[in-house]
Design a protein around this ligand. Structure first.
Ligand code: 6R9
Length: 631
C-alpha cells in the first residue's frame, strides 16, 4: 500500500510498522510519487561504522523537475512563491509555477554562462527575496552545490564558509530591508572577499537601489544578464547521491560544520514529511516564517512545499515591523492556512499581548507548527488560544540541520498532540534512548539521550571536507547509532518530549542536573529576566554550577544571589544551588534565539582563548562584556 498521504491514526500505525519491518519496500513505494529519469538499483545501502549511507543508489533525477516542471501541466498558473516584502505598502508578488520555471532557467543559464559546472559550489548570501529561492533552484537545475549563508552573518563568518567549501561564485544583493533598517550586504561581501581566493564572480541583485561599489571584472548586476537569458534550461541529470547543498551549522568546538545533503533521499523525505506533518492539501496557503538561511527554510519553504506543488509564502521582514501585528496581518491578507514558526517568535509576540492577534481575522488558519527549540507550556497555550483559537492542531516538530527533515512530530489532526511533546516518530524513524552507560533503555517510560538506530532518506551524508569529524560527532558516542546531541523523555505510550541539548547537562556530585529546570526556577524570581547555567570543574563535586543571570532592572547584590539560591533550593533542591552567580547585561545568543552555552562554558572555565568564531552571534559584544566583568 502506498502511504504517501497518511490520513488516520490507524494508517499512521500501519505505515510506521511497515516502515520498520521493511524499510526498502516502504520507501520505494513512497518514491514512486516522484519523477525519476532512471529508477534505483537498490533502495538503501548503509554502514554506520564508516559511516556510509546511500539511498536510491543508481537512480537519476533532477530535483527541480520534481519541484517545478512536473507541476506545469496542472499548476502552471498556480502561485508557487508568494512574496511578501518587508514594507507592507510594497505590493506582494505572486510567482506562478510557470514564472518560477522561467526565472529558474534564466538564472541557471546565467550561471552556466559564468562557467559554472556540475559539482561547483555557489555561495548565496541574500535576504529573504524571491531571488534566493530562485538561485537555490537554479543551482540544483545545473547540478551546482548551493551553500546558503544567512544574510545576518558577519564578513568573518561569511569568509570562513566560502573558504571551507571553495565557492567560485557569490550571489548577493546590494542590500537588504529589515524592519526599519537597511543593511549594506555588499559592503559585508566586499570585506569577506578580501580573505577569499576562490571567488571569481559576484552576481548582484538590486534590492535597495543603493550606490554600492562594483569591482570591475568580478562584480556584475544580475538583472541585465537575466533579461537576455533563455527561459528554458535542460536539467542536469543527477545521480541520487550527488550533493545537492551544503549548509553550515555551529558545532561544539566553534568551527562551523558544512553538512552535506544529497539529492534523492532529501527530496523524498522533505516532501513526504511536509505533506503529512502539515496534512497539506492542494488549496492551502502555507507560510513558514524561518529564514531560508536555516535548514527549516531549505526543507520547508523551498524544497518540501514545491515538491508538493504548494503555494509557499516568503516573507522578507520581521514580526515587529511596522508593528507587532505584522504576522497576523499577513495571515489575514493572504488567507494563510498552514503556519509554521519558532517558540522564540511565539514568546516575543505573546509578550505584546493579545490585542495584536485580536485585531486581525485569523479564521483561515487550519494548522500551526513549531520548530527550533522545546516549546514551553505557556507559549504552547498562548499559540493555541490566541492564534489557533483552540481549533487548530499544533505540530511540535523536532529535527536538525543534520536530519534534513522532521523526525518526530504529530501529524496535524491525525495523530494525538500533547503540549510540550513532539510526540511520535515519522514513519521510517527509529528513535531510541540511551542511558549514562551507553546502553539502550528497553522500557518505554524513561529519560535518556536521543539516538536514531536506522538511517532515513534525508540524513546528512558527511561534513564537507571532514568525514572524520562527521563520524566522531554523530556515530562514535554509541555504536551503530546516530547520536542527536539532544536529551529526551519518553512516556508510556512512546511519545517523546525533547528536553534540550545534552551538553546542557552538568554532573554535580554524581547527580545529573539538566540546566533547563534550574534556569526555570531562577527565572521565577521577579527581578530576573533570563539566565543560563553551565558547569565548571570543582575539586570535590567534580563539577559545580555557574549561573549567568540578567536582570529586568535593579542591582545584582549579594542579597539577591542568596535569594536566587534559596529559590533553587526550594524548587529543585540544595544540590542544584549555584557556586557562582554573575549578573550580566545580556546572554550570547544565536540569530535563531538559542543561548550559546558553549561560549559561557568556556568563559566559566577560563578558556577564553578558545571561544571560536563569535561573529555569528546576535550580540557578540555581550561576550567581551561578560569576560571583562568576570571576577
Ligand atoms: C530544525 C532546527 C537543531 C536543534 C535540535 C534541538 C532543537 C529543534 C525542536 C528542538 C525541541 C523541537 N530543536 N526543534 N527542540 N523541540 N521541536 O532547528 O535545526 O538549527 O540544526 O537545530 O534544535 O536541540 O538538536 P537546527
Amino acid at each position: 500500500m502506498n502511504h504517501y498521504h497518511i490520513t488516520s491514526e490507524e494508517q499512521y500505525r500501519k505505515a510506521y510498522k511497515e516502515s520498520v519491518k521493511n524499510p526498502a519496500d516502504f520507501w520505494s513505494d513512497i518514491a514512486t510519487n516522484f519523477k525519476w529519469r532512471k529508477k534505483w538499483d537498490s533502495v538503501l545501502e548503509y554502514d554506520f561504522s564508516i559511516p556510509e549511507i546511500a539511498w536510491f543508489k543508481g537512480a537519476q533525477l533532477n530535483i527541480t523537475e520534481n519541484c517545478i516542471d512536473r507541476h506545469l501541466p496542472e499548476r502552471g498558473t498556480k502561485t508557487a512563491l508568494l512574496f511578501e516584502p518587508n514594507n507592507p505598502n510594497e505590493p506582494a508578488q505572486h510567482i506562478t509555477y510557470q514564472e518560477l520555471h522561467d526565472k529558474v532557467c534564466q538564472m541557471a543559464n546565467v550561471l552556466k554562462q559564468k562557467g559554472v559546472k556540475k559539482g561547483d559550489r555557489i555561495c548565496l548570501y541574500l535576504p529573504m527575496i524571491p531571488e534566493l529561492a530562485i538561485a537555490i533552484l537554479a543551482c540544483a537545475r545545473i547540478g551546482a552545490i548551493h551553500s546558503v549563508v544567512f544574510a545576518g552573518f558577519s564578513a568573518v563568518a561569511l569568509a570562513a564558509r566560502i573558504n571551507d567549501s571553495n565557492c567560485s561564485i557569490v550571489i548577493t544583493s546590494d542590500g537588504a530591508f529589515r524592519g526599519n533598517k537597511t543593511i549594506n550586504l555588499k559592503e559585508i561581501v566586499d570585506k569577506a572577499l578580501q580573505e577569499c581566493k576562490s571567488v571569481r564572480t559576484v552576481l548582484l541583485v538590486n534590492r535597495i537601489n543603493n550606490n554600492c561599489s562594483i569591482t570591475d571584472g568580478r562584480d556584475e548586476w544580475l538583472q541585465p544578464l537575466l533579461d537576455t537569458a533563455e527561459t528554458s534550461c535542460v536539467p542536469e541529470i543527477m545521480n541520487a547521491e550527488d550533493p545537492l547543498f551544503i549548509l553550515y551549522t555551529s558545532g561544539s568546538t566553534g568551527t562551523p560544520k558544512g553538512m552535506v545533503h544529497t539529492t534523492a533521499g532529501y527530496m523524498v523525505y522533505s516532501a513526504f514529511t511536509f505533506k503529512n506533518v502539515f496534512q497539506y492539501e492542494e488549496d492551502d496557503v502555507y507560510w513558514c516564517t524561518a529564514d531560508i538561511g536555516w535548514i527549516t527554510g531549505h526543507s520547508y519553504i523551498v524544497y518540501g512545499p514545491l515538491a508538493n506543488g504548494a503555494t509557499s509564502v516568503l516573507f522578507e521582514g520581521v514580526p515587529s515591523y511596522p508593528d507587532y501585528g505584522r504576522f497576523w496581518e499577513i495571515v489575514q491578507k493572504h488567507a494563510v492556512t498552514l503556519f509554521y514558526t519558532a517558540p522564540t517568535a511565539i514568546r516575543a509576540l505573546a509578550k505584546q499581548g493579545k490585542e495584536w492577534t485580536e485585531k486581525y481575522n485569523l479564521s483561515s488558519l487550519k494548522t500551526l507548527g513549531s520548530v527550533g527549540e522545546p516549546i514551553n507550556e505557556e507559549a504552547w497555550e498562548w499559540y493555541d488560544d490566541h492564534v489557533g483559537k483552540n481549533r487548530c492542531p499544533i505540530v511540535d516538530t523536532w529535527w536538525q540541520t543534520e536530519t534534513g527533515g522532521i523526525l518526530i512530530s504529530s501529524l496535524a489532526g491525525v495523530t494525538k498532540q500533547i503540549p510540550t511533546f513532539a510526540t511520535l516518530p515519522m514513519p521510517g524513524i527509529q528513535p531510541c534512548l540511551m542511558d549514562d552507560n551507553g546502553t539502550e533503555i528497553s522500557f518505554w517510560k524513561a529519560e535518556g539521550r536521543l539516538c536514531i538506530k536506522f538511517p532515513w532518506p534525508s540524513i546528512a551524508r558527511t561534513i564537507w571536507g571532514n568525514h572524520e569529524r562527521y563520524k566522531n560527532t554523530y556515530f562514535t558516542a554509541y555504536t551503530n547509532t546516530y547520536f542527536t546531541g539532544d536529551g529526551a523523555l519518553r512516556d508510556a505510550d512512546g511519545n517523546y518530549r525533547i528536553t534540550g541539548r545534552v551538553d546542557d547537562v552538568v554532573i554535580v556530585s554524581g547527580h545529573n542536573l539538566g540546566t533547563a529546570p534550574i534556569e526555570d526556577a531562577i527565572n521565577e524570581h521577579p527581578m530576573v529576566a533570563e539566565s543560563a547555567l553551565v558547569g565548571f570543574p570543582h575539586d570535590i563535586k567534580g563539577n559545580a554550577l555557574y549561573g549567568f543571570v540578567t536582570l529586568k532592572g535593579g542591582e545584582g547584590t549579594a542579597a539577591l544571589k542568596k535569594e536566587i539560591n534559596a529559590l533553587i533550593s526550594e524548587k529543585i533542591g540544595p544540590i542544584a544551588k549555584l557556586d557562582k552567580i554573575q549578573f550580566t547585561s545580556g546572554l550570547p545568543k544565536t540569530r535563531s534565539g538559542k543561548i550559546m552555552r558553549r561560549i559561557l562554558r568556556k568563559i566559566a572555565t577560563n578558556e577564553i582563548d578558545a571561544l571560536g568564531d563569535i561573529s555569528t552571534l546576535l550580540n557578540p559584544e555581550v561576550v567581551e562584556q561578560i569576560i571583562s566583568e568576570k571576577k
